[in-house]
Design a binder for this molecule. Structure first.
Ligand SMILES: Cc1cc2nc3c(=O)[nH]c(=O)nc-3n(C[C@H](O)[C@H](O)[C@H](O)COP(=O)(O)OP(=O)(O)OC[C@H]3O[C@@H](n4cnc5c(N)ncnc54)[C@H](O)[C@@H]3O)c2cc1C
Length: 440
């Protein structure tokens, strides 16, 4: 019988891990999710070609592209004055075998959740169950303490696992159990207003734009094709600026804090890039939230015996360079591959961590230095009032070097990604037939 693998958290990382483990031959998988339902939440995400490659290997690309997702074809960096700093093709246009995708997080989660229920059976995904603690049994297996809610009733339970995967996000309870006394998310003093607008395709262009100066930034991109000629598209936006107040500690990592557009729109009056008027985008907002820019301090260790961490629980990073969800998806596939390749689960988790921790730690550090978005600061420092020729401000070779350095940090350059997924077989030789174990 294959081991019983419990995944704490049904977000992007946890659901992808369930699918990757199932594809690798594991059958006894339980995902416990604190939310009472798998509620669609969030705004837009960008999935890099390396992550899309892994979703394609799981047979999910068709479903993703048939909903709120759009191929990201071009990325443009703009100076605050409106001057174009650089433009680069993305995805297929940049020579990758897989596209880069702009996708609504809710759509991604829906596609992943539907596939989990369909492939693993509805009992594999248990909503309304929060992990509150983890202890190690005498035989080395983890036992989870759980709190569950069902309608108005709540209760406590415990669940023993052969392997525990902490995929419970930036405020991970599994991480806290493994690292008692560790400080929570760290905030850099910036607020990020995030939201989704619906507006005519012509008003938003067909590119992803990142614009600003040394203080403020705007990211805007479409996430869908127009429903018909002249029809509207869904547009993601994220605006960063030093916060005027402070966020309470409990809100660091809270994605659900609504914000009224009128309270910050005035900071972006006059912001226009490549024909995209940021205030117009904001006035068409359907959702709007305030999020403190937080990450977690890189850990020296993710794996403790038969328990490990993936996704934001392991390496939450600043939302720069499209790596939050992308790296979580790669983690999930790497983890499943390691568990299938090593008969001893503890060895497998170490192999997974040895592969993934160095690269994600490097990205956490790179994002603290603004990653590829450093070009905006550089342009502002050298030409605060704008320029007529960007190459007199930042030579072409210097611009290219900044982008290349970041791609090398994450090993997501086209040549490496195009080699194909390193996480295919070995699959487990015989598939066990037992279904997921019920929550005690
Ligand atoms: C509501 C929400 C909205 C988001 N919106 C955006 C966005 O607009 N743009 C963006 O770039 N990123 C967004 N993110 C973050 C993004 O999804 C992650 O950075 C990335 O996809 C990594 O995913 P993850 O699965 O590791 O973490 P998450 O996506 O955070 O998923 C963690 C999951 O674990 C569950 N969970 C938490 N604690 C427990 C517990 N103790 N027991 C059981 N389950 C638990 C959570 O409910 C959640 O479903 C959002 C995250 C959330 C939770």
């Amino acid at each position: 019988m294959t081991p019983h693998i419990v995944i704490a958290g049904g977000g992007v990382a946890g659901l992808t891990a369930a699918l990757a483990l199932h594809a690798a031959g594991f059958e006894r998988i339980t995902v416990v999710e604190a939310g009472r339902a798998l509620r669609p939440a969030g705004a837009g995400l960008n999935l890099m070609p390396g992550a899309v490659r892994e979703l394609d290997a799981l047979g999910l690309l068709g479903a993703l592209e048939s909903g709120a997702a759009l191929r990201t074809r071009e990325l443009r960096y703009y100076h605050r004055s409106g001057g174009l700093i650089s433009r680069e093709p993305r995805g297929l246009g940049a020579g990758y075998r897989w596209p880069q995708l702009s996708v609504h997080r809710a759509h991604l989660q829906q596609v992943l959740g539907d596939a989990v229920r369909e492939r693993l059976g509805p009992a594999a995904l248990v909503p309304g169950v929060r992990v509150t603690g983890v202890e190690v049994l005498a035989d080395g297996r983890p036992r989870l303490s759980l709190e569950h809610r069902d309608g108005g009733r709540s209760g406590r339970a415990s669940l023993e696992a052969d392997v525990l995967v902490g995929a419970d996000g930036i405020r991970s309870a599994v991480r806290a159990a493994l690292n008692p006394g560790e400080a929570g998310p760290s905030w850099n003093g910036t607020v990020v207003w995030r939201g989704v607008s619906r507006m005519p395709a012509a008003a938003v262009g067909s590119f992803m734009l990142i614009a600003g100066d040394d203080r403020q930034k705007a990211v805007v991109y479409p996430m869908t094709r127009p429903a018909g000629p002249g029809g509207p598209v869904l547009v993601n936006w994220a605006l960063a600026r030093p916060a005027e107040g402070v966020f309470e500690e409990r809100l660091l990592g809270d994605w659900n804090r609504p914000a009224d557009v009128d309270t910050f729109l005035h900071h972006y009056e006059g912001w226009e890039f490549g024909g995209v008027r940021v205030p117009e985008v904001l006035r068409a907002a359907e959702t709007s939230h305030a999020y403190p820019m937080v990450d977690r301090e890189p850990l020296d260790r993710w794996t403790h015996g038969r328990t490990t961490l993936i996704g934001d629980a392991a390496h939450a990073m600043y939302p720069i360079g499209s790596n939050g969800a992308s790296q979580s998806i790669v983690d999930a596939r790497a983890l499943a591959h390691a568990l299938a390749a090593h008969p001893d689960p503890a060895e497998a988790l170490h192999a997974y961590e040895s592969e993934r921790r160095p690269v994600t730690t490097a990205l956490q550090h790179a994002n603290r230095q603004l990653g590829p978005e450093a070009v905006i600061h550089l342009a502002h420092q050298r030409a605060p009032h704008g320029f007529t020729d960007i190459h007199q401000v930042i030579p072409a070779e210097e611009l290219a070097a900044i982008a290349c350095r970041y791609a090398a940090t994450g090993a997501f350059d086209p040549a490496t990604v195009n080699l194909g997924s390193p996480y295919g077989p070995p699959y487990l030789p015989a598939r066990a037939v037992a279904g997921p174990a019920p929550v005690a």
